[in-house]
Design a protein around this ligand. Sequence first.
Ligand code: FES
Length: 253
Amino acid sequence: YNDKVLAEIVVNEKIADRVYRMVFREKQIAEEARAGQFINVYCKAESRILPRPISICEVDRENGLVTIVYMIVGMGTKEFSELKTGDKVEVLGPLGNGFTLRDCEDNVIVGGGVGAPPLLEVVKRLPGKKRVFLGFRSGAFLVDEFRKYAEVYVATDDGSVGDKGTVVDLMRKVGVKSGNIYSCGPKPMLAAVQDMAEELGINAQISLEERMGCGIGACVGCICKIKADNEVGYTYKKVCKDGPIFDAKEVMF
Ligand code: FES
């Protein structure tokens, strides 16, 4: 890995309830990052030693800028939300394996909640036709950014934006029958995407990033069960080191 670096914050703004978008200047991460990778962001408070892993939403290689979108879920992310333009933040990355972008004419991108941001870079980089399905509990964010590159369909649990219901129901309604799926979001959504891909016999990659803790292999909070050719039929892997992207076929929920 690269070393931790201090990056200068260019933008840090609220884009939805408890959701923030931060842009910082870090040339090397911007150059190296693949879609679906994440970075570790470090707190200044000494009581919070473990970094917070946050996926990379998009990069601007030309200007050396990296965008992350994060939700306030505790004191660490609360601290990040209070940083201002010009402040410095300590980051490490890019980390994790990233999506394998396949040459395909029919790309289906499925994101749920704060699982949506890393898919923006996927959509930007994929060639061919792209359909994006986004699901949220209530309200939505980044929809306009996705619309710049693809057809976008939105579902919310409470019907406040787009269709009322789950994003996978919306995929069935719109008619996803083929293609390659790229997905990131909460576990029930990923499990439904896995079922759908199996039913249709199509390829799906899923990001288990929501299940990460420290992002550096120290907390073991990210262990997941992966199918294997051994006596028990599975093995354990670390989402932060071996993922966060896995083939949907190999994940056992
Ligand atoms: Fe802590 Fe993987 S996130 S060990």
